[in-house]
Design a protein around this ligand. Structure first.
Ligand code: FEC
Length: 305
């Protein structure tokens, strides 16, 4: 047995090529087959962003940098892995690798800052299920939420300040700052899921740090499941802002950490198209991606230091 602790970074997963989209979609839908139209629709969205997204590459880079930062401060104590919920490297395969490496203590950290049973709980479920296959179990400490971490809120606040500079100086105080996060099916409310409150608390905390004169929260990227999802949806919010006479909007997708389809398509293509129609200037913050300051934040989340 190794004395090291494994750090298992987990992210959503993304298909590498268009011909992987159908199987990826089936995985995301928990095995339910999408219609050919739905597959074509999703493939078209991937094609529109260049055929694939940098989610896996960025997660790999964050993993390597976190390993280096941890080695420098805590030699021989941590081994960092990354696994994906819906595409390769799949979480169960990585859990197998951790067992093969003889590591029994695992810190699970999903690269999404706010807790919900569907998203973060889903990552934990995958680790637990994979672990059940083994006679000697690993001891999993799951970090459920890290949105309260001051380094996270400071990083987002810095990104907002930087992005406000994209607007002409004389209109900067008229910009509406629009925090956004992935929507979820409304049924999570019946479970008393903390997701909506965590998002609002986190947005309010950051807005207060910056003393933002006008900020809102909205959901984005609803799925096609035929059930009601949490709202308001960003496209409706943009229409409301235009109706109020607003002209400038800065979107802050703080429920995500890196560039992927929900950013590169949903905001940069779909959101901007809608904003143009409405006569709004829509900009967004740079995501945290593989910024060393983000890696430093993850190091603090993992070690408490
Ligand atoms: O770049 C990429 O290829 C991946 C982009 C991507 C991220 C992401 C994050 C979250 N999702 C969450 C919940 C759901 C639920 C459903 C659902 C469906 C999709 C589909 C695609 C997709 N999601 Fe996603 N999500 C990303 C991509 N998501 C593609 C399927 C097509 C569509 O409906 O648009 C509905 C599943 C079902 O049908 O049963 C629920 C949550 C997050 C944020 C947390 C996280 O990042 O893990 C929550 C990135």
């Amino acid at each position: 047995m190794s004395a090291k602790t494994a750090v298992l970074l987990m992210a959503y997963g993304t298909p590498n090529r268009i011909d992987e989209v159908e199987q990826y979609y089936i995985n995301v839908r928990g095995g339910r087959m999408p219609t050919p139209e739905q597959v074509e629709n999703l493939s078209a969205r991937y094609r529109a962003v260049g055929g694939h997204t940098p989610l896996t590459t960025l997660t790999k880079s964050v993993t390597e940098q976190l390993q280096a930062q941890l080695d420098a401060e805590f030699p021989d104590q941590y081994q960092v892995y990354f696994g994906m919920k819906y595409w390769h490297p799949l979480i169960p395969d990585v859990v197998k690798q951790i067992h093969a490496d003889g590591i029994s203590k695992v810190i699970g950290l999903a690269l999404a800052p706010h807790y919900s049973k569907i998203s973060i709980g889903g990552y934990q479920k995958q680790v637990d299920r994979a672990n059940e296959e083994f006679t000697t179990n690993i001891e999993l400490t799951m970090i459920n939420s890290w949105q309260e971490q001051p380094k996270f809120r400071n990083l987002i606040a810095n990104r907002i300040s930087e992005a406000l500079a994209q607007f002409p100086a004389d209109v900067r105080d008229q910009v509406t700052v629009l925090f956004s996060a992935h929507s979820l099916p409304q049924r999570v409310l019946a479970w008393g899921d903390p997701y909506p409150d965590e998002l609002l608390g986190s947005a309010k905390g950051i807005a207060e740090m910056l003393e933002l004169p006008d900020w809102r929260f909205t959901y984005q990227s609803q799925g096609e499941t035929g059930e009601p999802w949490l709202g308001p949806d960003v496209l409706d919010t943009l229409a409301e802002l235009a109706a109020e006479g607003k002209k400038y909007v800065l979107q802050v997708p703080f429920g995500f950490v890196c560039d992927h389809l929900e950013i590169l398509y949903d905001i940069d293509i779909e959101g901007k198209h809608k904003a143009n129609e409405l006569g709004l200037q829509l900009e967004r913050i740079r995501l945290l991606n593989d910024d060393p300051a983000f890696v430093d934040l993850l190091k603090t989340v993992v070690t408490g230091q």
